[in-house]
Design a protein around this ligand. Structure first.
Ligand SMILES: *Cc1c(COP(=O)(O)O)cnc(C)c1O
Length: 467
């Protein structure tokens, strides 16, 4: 104990510590230096009290620790992650990466002033929707369009504008919860819309909607079940039949498509998903979908449909609270413009590129990657090529797997958990999955220009000493 007290006296003051040349020359905000030094001294004090006085000189140990802490503090909290999970749309990883052209548009609009709400022809006040509504109508065949901050906001706004105080009829099979606590009944309640459930979990028929219609019915609502599927003995009512029923009773029909695709994905071996165009053609009054799911753009909630309904939505006070910002709008306009040419969309939009990556090219990349990685990790890891499916994720095509190839790493001196922890906390963070005690690296979601860094990060994570 006496020894500890003696050692405690050797702890440097923060002021003297910051004057040490190794720290004085580090360029960092003073407040961060003080914070890092304080933490390092506190930690050292704890170690001493536990009888673990550092052997190499107390001040030296604290300096090294302070520099380490400063490095961590100086890193931005929100930063790039290499997604080696193979899941294309990972809400925790920020969903869709943007196209190069979308990034450039954001950059241009961000660094200067813009005509966000100015009509350059007339010099009068314009509207931010004007930058995407023509494009959205052209792509979907809709009469009018609006856009807000995200699809949850789009659903809330549309429900509120169209059916506040009224009943909306929804199939029990569609009352879903989507990741991040978007629950359809809760959103309806927030919008002041009364939920009228019809049908059963697995089957809902047109007659169920018909018998539920009454004087208070304000909306027939259809919701894409996104992240789950009921399989087997199921039935739901096609959009066109709901539209016919709505017309008969003068009740609007709304559909929340969730992911929302602008063209048919079946040529790429994916299952049939309703496209926005089909919904519009079926006569649905309002359709909502996300900007950052399969569309491959920035976070946004897109709303298309009949002019009367879109006008009501645009003019609702809630629209102002949910409005899209100019950077998102710039990225969205450019992303949507890629869709004017399907081939361009497939080439330019990263999510579609990954979705459309051939099994052969993924296999070739995996083999090349294996060869390069193996040279670096012969002593610390075995590397195998395996068949692995990727998920689309993000509430899109929930049960669809994209067949392909991946690498399976078996670390020799670490557990798989230790390796994935190190990969996450590396200078360039990497997120990978563990499967059957192996760390899986799926290159479908890794950009080719990230491969060199990925190899370096895996190699150095395997080599680091155990602590
Ligand atoms: C994802 C999803 C939402 C929420 O969209 P965000 O863009 O995440 O706000 C709403 N409805 C459905 C059906 C979805 O799949």
């Amino acid at each position: 104990m006496n020894k500890s007290i003696n050692d405690l006296k050797k702890l440097p003051s923060i002021d003297s510590l910051l004057l040490e040349p190794q720290l004085a020359t580090v360029i960092a905000p003073h407040c961060l230096k003080v914070e890092a030094a304080q933490e390092a001294v506190d930690d050292c004090r704890k170690q001493i009290l536990q009888g673990n006085t550092p052997q190499n000189g107390i001040t030296d140990v604290i300096i090294v620790d302070t520099i380490q802490r400063l490095k961590a503090k100086a890193q931005p909290s929100l930063r790039e992650v290499i997604n080696a999970t193979g899941t294309l749309l990972h809400t925790n990883l920020g969903r869709a990466p943007l196209s190069e052209a979308a990034l450039q548009s954001m950059n241009t609009v961000a660094r200067s002033y813009s005509n966000l709400e100015l009509n350059l022809e007339t010099g009068k006040r314009g509207h931010r929707y004007s930058h995407i509504d023509t494009l959205l109508c052209r792509l979907t065949g809709a009469e009018a369009a609006a856009v807000v901050n995200n699809n949850a906001g789009a659903v809330l706004l549309a429900l509120t504008a169209l059916a506040q105080g009224d009943e909306a009829i929804v199939s029990r099979g569609e009352l879903v919860e989507i990741g991040g606590a978007f629950r359809v009944p809760d959103v309806m309640e927030a919008g002041g819309v009364l939920l009228r459930e019809v049908g059963t979990t697995n089957k809902t028929h047109l007659r169920d909607y018909k018998t539920a219609i009454n004087d208070n019915t304000g909306l027939l609502l259809k919701i894409h079940t996104s992240n789950y599927r009921i399989v087997g003995f199921t039935d739901s009512v096609p959009a066109a039949e709901m539209v016919a029923l709505g017309k008969q009773h003068k009740i609007p029909v709304m559909e929340d498509l969730g992911s929302g695709m602008l063209f048919d994905l079946t040529p790429f071996g994916l299952p049939k998903e309703p496209t926005v165009k089909e919904g519009v053609a079926a006569g649905i009054d309002v359709l909502t979908f996300s900007g950052d799911k399969l569309l491959g753009g920035p976070q946004a909630g897109l709303i298309v449909g009949k002019k009367w309904a879109i006008d009501k939505i645009r003019n609702h006070p809630l629209a102002r609270a949910l409005r899209i910002d100019k950077l998102t709008l710039a990225a969205l306009e450019t992303t949507l413009s890629h869709y004017l040419d399907e081939q361009q969309a497939l080439d330019e939009i990263p999510v579609l590129r990954m979705l459309n990556m051939s099994t052969e090219s993924l296999e070739q990349r995996s083999h090349d990657f294996k060869e390069q990685l193996q040279q670096r990790v012969t002593q610390s890891c075995t590397v195998e090529i395996i068949s692995e499916n990727s998920c689309v994720g993000g509430g899109a095509l929930p049960i669809t797997n994209l067949p392909g190839t991946a690498l399976a790493l078996t670390p020799l001196q670490l557990t798989p958990d230790q390796l994935t922890n190190r990969l996450r906390s590396a200078q360039q963070a990497v997120v990978a999955r563990i499967q059957e005690d192996r760390v899986i690296i799926n290159l479908r979601t890794v950009f080719p220009n990230q491969e060199v860094t990925l190899i370096q990060t895996i190699a150095s994570s395997l080599q680091q000493k155990n602590n």
